[in-house]
Structure formats: structure tokens, C-alpha cells
Write a protein that binds this ligand. Structure first.
Ligand SMILES: [Zn+2]
Length: 88
């Protein structure tokens, strides 16, 4: 699929409008650790205008201790169910 739209980094507020939570994946591929986080806590901490990059930069892996993460949206479960529920 060809995309002509430039990649736009969302603010935390924009992310939070789409989903209440997301996955944080460790940026170290060998590690592969992931954790589900609710977004409201970061909107409260940094404000809705803060870049979601801040979330990626400040995340610290609970397994290998590396700083930096990749954000992933929850699985889309279809129009009836919407995004997957927060795990746990
Ligand atoms: Zn890790």
C-alpha cells in the first residue's frame, strides 16, 4: 500500500481518544518484553498536548532495564467489539 501522508506523531490526547490503553514493546529486539499501559495516567502527568514520543522515550523495560519503547495499539476486534480490552 502506497502512502503519501507524512508520518504524524500523535499527542497523548489524540492517542487517548482512540484507545484507553496501548502496548509498550521493549525497543531491544532480543528482549521482546511488552507491557500494557493505560494512557490516562500519562495524560494526567504530562497533559494531552504532550507528544506520544515522550511516552516512548521515558519507558523503561521491566525485564532488561533498557530505556525506550515502541507503542502498539491494541488489537482491533471488529466493529462490534472495538479494540481489545485492557488485559488483566
Ligand atoms: Zn527489554
Amino acid at each position: 500500500m502506497k502512502t503519501s501522508k507524512p508520518f504524524v506523531i500523535q499527542t497523548l490526547g489524540q492517542m487517548h481518544k482512540q484507545t484507553t490503553w496501548c502496548w509498550l514493546y521493549c525497543s531491544e529486539h532480543q528482549c521482546g518484553h511488552r507491557v500494557a499501559v493505560t494512557l490516562a495516567q500519562f495524560v494526567i502527568r504530562w497533559g494531552p498536548e504532550a507528544s506520544s514520543d515522550r511516552l516512548r522515550r521515558s519507558a523503561v523495560c521491566g525485564k532488561c532495564g533498557r530505556r525506550g519503547a515502541i507503542t502498539m495499539m491494541p488489537s482491533w476486534m471488529g466493529n462490534e467489539r472495538g479494540f481489545a480490552q485492557f488485559p488483566g
